[in-house]
Design a protein around this ligand. Structure first.
Ligand SMILES: [Zn+2]
Length: 100
């Protein structure tokens, strides 16, 4: 789980999960109140993780023969897993930094 760069306290999964949907804007730490931003490397990693469902869809299409509904279930399961995992891959910084 991400830690506040200012106070060093670990954010709860729920706060990190909410933050993962608003990568650009900062979110105040619930413990010290200092606004925290997702680090550029963490944003890139989270972006990479978000394309995994597409890769899984393409792989299942080429490797095994499944119908369209099964594709949907597989993609939905992968999306749920990745969304739940995103807070664990997040790192925070007190200063907003450009992505590149
Ligand atoms: Zn803090």
């Amino acid at each position: 789980m991400p830690r506040c760069e200012n106070c060093g306290r670990k954010w709860p999964w729920r706060d990190a999960f909410i933050k993962s949907w608003f990568l650009i804007s900062g979110k105040a730490c619930r413990y010290c109140g200092v606004k925290q931003y997702v680090t550029p490397s963490s944003r890139r990693r989270m972006g990479f993780l978000s394309i995994i469902p597409v890769a899984v869809l393409l792989l299942t299409e080429s490797v095994i023969e499944v119908n369209l509904l099964d594709h949907f279930y597989i993609a939905a399961a992968v999306v749920v897993l990745i969304v739940a995992f995103l807070p664990f891959s997040m790192e925070l910084t007190s200063e907003e930094q450009p992505l590149w």
